[in-house]
Write a protein that binds this ligand. Structure first.
Ligand code: NAP
Length: 247
């Protein structure tokens, strides 16, 4: 299998897209460090993986916005698994609102989780990847980071920031055998998008050439491709997975 003997960290693996990514990488042989904020969700993902392959996954509960806690978790994962081959920075939140009324608390929460959290986790594993002269870092951005989106100044800025971070890390780490890419999902069915009312959902659907919302597995397939050995010459790229919404 493509990820035999490899270890993948997936943040935000407790639910939605992150869970789909963790299950997919595990199904292809990877051992998984499942990370999310709540103990319950991250543990349930790890349990689901372990039910099919004993001891293939471990759960870690950490707030990715807490830099020192992330460094500790990274060290724990390295101690538990011995190596990290793949880091998927997927944990993310929204706190939508028009810019005129957006609180700085909502701004900070989104930037700190979506952008700072990804940088923190990359820092936590970078040294070991450099030492082993191989690694894959995949950041889950969003089409909102490419186009902007009214009511999502904080979110779009965090996701655009992730693209800048992706390209910079790609340049810094390419000579060490590490690739860094981003996946930009369009509208994917999950708890995050479930909160939108039917009218908004229909307006979005009307803008998708394929006429369908995506599923977590669609993003997981793109992540698995970028994480796989055959993608070794692809770095600093943004792969949009959105049914044609942005092209
Ligand atoms: P989701 O269903 O809301 O799941 C988010 C996951 O992130 C949860 O497991 C959550 O942990 C975790 N998380 C949130 N804040 C965290 C923090 N501070 N520390 C650690 N973990 C944290 O969201 P989703 O739709 O799967 O989205 C996953 C990623 O895809 C996000 O980065 C999102 O921005 C991006 N994305 C989604 C869509 C979409 O249409 N759904 C589109 C574009 C991009 P708990 O389980 O513990 O709460």
């Amino acid at each position: 299998m493509r990820f035999d003997n490899q270890v993948a960290i997936v943040t935000g693996a407790g639910r939605g897209i992150g869970k789909a990514i963790a299950l997919r990488l595990a199904a292809e042989g990877a051992r998984i460090a499942s990370v999310s904020r709540s103990e319950a969700t991250t543990q349930s993902t790890a349990d689901e993986i372990n039910a099919t392959r004993a001891e293939a996954a471990k759960a870690y509960a950490v707030d990715v916005a807490d830099h020192s806690a992330v460094q500790e978790t990274g060290a724990k994962i390295l101690a538990n698994f011995g190596r990290v081959d793949i880091l998927v920075n997927n944990a993310g939140v929204t706190r939508d609102g028009l810019s005129m009324r957006m609180s700085m608390e909502d701004w900070d929460t989104v930037i700190d989780t979506n952008l700072r959290g990804a940088f923190s986790f990359a820092q936590a594993v970078m040294r070991s990847m450099i030492k082993q002269r191989s690694g894959r870092i995949i950041n889950i951005s969003s089409i909102a980071g490419l186009t902007g989106n009214a009511g999502q100044a904080n979110y779009a800025a965090s996701k655009a920031g992730l693209i800048g971070l992706t390209k910079t890390l790609a340049r810094e780490l390419a000579s060490r055998g590490i690739t860094v890419n981003a996946v930009a999902p369009g509208f994917i069915v999950s708890d995050m998008t479930d909160v939108l009312n039917d009218q908004i959902k229909e307006a979005i659907r009307a803008k998708i050439p394929s006429g369908k919302f995506g599923e977590g597995e669609d993003i997981a397939a793109a992540v698995a491709f970028l994480a796989a050995p055959e993608a070794r010459y692809i770095t600093g790229q943004v792969l949009t997975v959105d049914g044609g919404m942005v092209m």
